[in-house]
Design a binder for this molecule. Structure first.
Ligand code: NAI
Length: 391
């Protein structure tokens, strides 16, 4: 079965944030409808209620289900028989916690953007609430939606690389290489405000994606880290470049780089995993391929859509090899997975392949804990690279 072969009625989706001019909300909407997994029926789309209502009308929503804010949305949807099946939270980081908490406490399932929260305290509280409430919470770690990432995970898990020695992961971007937050860029403005973003700049915004991806594919659990954060743009309050050395349980090592000032890089997410028997390389700009190099052997390119791929990869594939699939399909795979996980929970059954290995609240919590450890490490004075050179 592939991601788009569902014959079930779409689930009803609500959205908070993601209105006119916002970035990720539109990606959520494209992803949600792609497999007929979801229909958008309600929302509080904007911090400005009037703008939110105008947006809801432009989307063709029933005006009765366009709400002034998330509290009115909870009240309105709770009173309906055809209430939303889940809410997608597409707002700046510091708002995730109060919005997600309120929806969970009102009995709704939640799909939340990363980083899960702006503080570790909030992330712990939210993850605990999810566990105790029995509600579903998916977190949109986009890159874990790619079929070839699932193939890589499968290859590591089935021992095809042998014991993992090293993981190299990077997420370089150039969009904040100048002080665009001071020139009216709405997205950059809240991302550089510690109160709205959280303590980690590039490491929170894109480092959390890289951290999740490395752990997702390698299956390794991070034990400790040492980090070097830098702020290259004058006047910026948070890091815009991060290098982090990773030590995993079992002895594997890793290196993570996130940067918002990497000129020439546009979402160049790259993952390399090196084991005792083989290595794997994946690069988001060629997401349909996985490069597999064996010790003293041949290097092969494994293509999405090949017959002998794992169930996890096949379930996330729509078209035959050669037809490019990419970011929007990966995002849609998350939405198809969330729908399947919610349905399986309601029906008391195991999810099918698309509903397995999806990012949840616990992954979100791990991401926030990672950011906190990175910032703490960078502020600490006993780091290896502080050792001066003799010559
Ligand atoms: P944005 O600034 O473009 O949009 C934020 C939207 O939220 C705006 O429409 C704003 O009016 C609305 N909003 C703010 N507070 C609100 C409230 N209390 N109630 C209702 N609406 C409210 O932000 P962007 O770039 O779309 O980021 C949003 C979230 O998505 C962030 O947490 C970010 O980290 C995450 N993100 C995730 C990506 C991924 O690959 N998964 C990519 C980009 C962003």
């Amino acid at each position: 079965m592939t991601a788009n072969s569902t014959s079930q009625k779409p689930l009803r989706l609500g959205m908070v944030g993601g209105g006119n001019g916002a970035y990720i909300g539109n990606i959520h909407r494209i992803a949600a409808r792609q497999d007929r997994a979801w229909t958008l029926v309600a929302g509080a789309f904007d911090v400005d209620a009037a703008r939110g209502h105008a947006f809801a009308i432009s989307e063709g929503l029933d005006p009765a289900r366009s709400y002034d804010d998330f509290k009115a949305m909870i009240a309105g949807e709770s009173a309906r028989e055809d209430r939303i099946d889940a809410v997608a939270i597409c707002t700046p980081n510091f708002t995730h916690f109060p919005i997600a908490k309120a929806f969970l406490e009102a009995g709704f399932d939640v799909i939340c953007e990363k980083p899960l929260t702006a503080t570790l305290e909030d992330a712990v509280a939210l993850e605990t609430l999810v566990r105790n409430s029995g509600r579903f919470m998916g977190v949109t770690y986009t890159y874990s939606g790619y079929p070839m990432i699932h193939e890589a995970k499968h290859m590591v898990a089935t021992g095809q690389l042998g014991k993992i020695r090293t993981v190299q992961v990077e997420y370089p971007l150039e969009w904040m290489a100048t002080a665009i937050e001071m020139e009216g860029n709405a997205q950059a403005a809240w991302r550089t405000d510690p109160k709205k973003n959280g303590r980690g700049g590039s490491i929170g915004d894109i480092g959390t994606h890289a951290y999740h991806l490395a752990g997702f594919v390698s299956g390794l659990k991070l034990q400790s880290l040492t980090a070097d954060l830098a702020t290259f743009v004058d006047g910026r309050a948070l890091d815009d470049n991060a290098h982090v050395m990773l030590r995993y349980e079992g002895g594997a090592r890793g290196l993570l780089w996130s940067s918002q000032v990497a000129l020439g890089s546009s979402n160049g997410v790259r993952l390399r995993v090196f084991g005792e028997k083989a290595s794997l390389t994946w690069f988001q700009e060629q997401p349909n391929e996985l490069v597999h190099a064996r010790l003293n052997g041949r290097t092969e390119i494994i293509k999405r859509g090949a017959d002998d791929l794992s169930e996890g990869a096949k379930a996330r594939t729509r078209t035959p090899p050669g037809h490019p699939e990419g970011y929007l399909e990966a995002f849609a795979n998350l939405y198809a997975g969330f729908a399947e996980a919610i349905r399986a929970k309601r029906e008391g059954r195991e999810p099918t392949a698309i509903g397995h290995d999806i990012p949840t609240a616990y992954d979100g919590l791990k991401g926030v804990a990672f950011v906190e450890a990175v910032v703490d490490s960078s502020l600490a004075s006993d780091q290896p690279w502080l050792t001066p050179l003799a010559v």
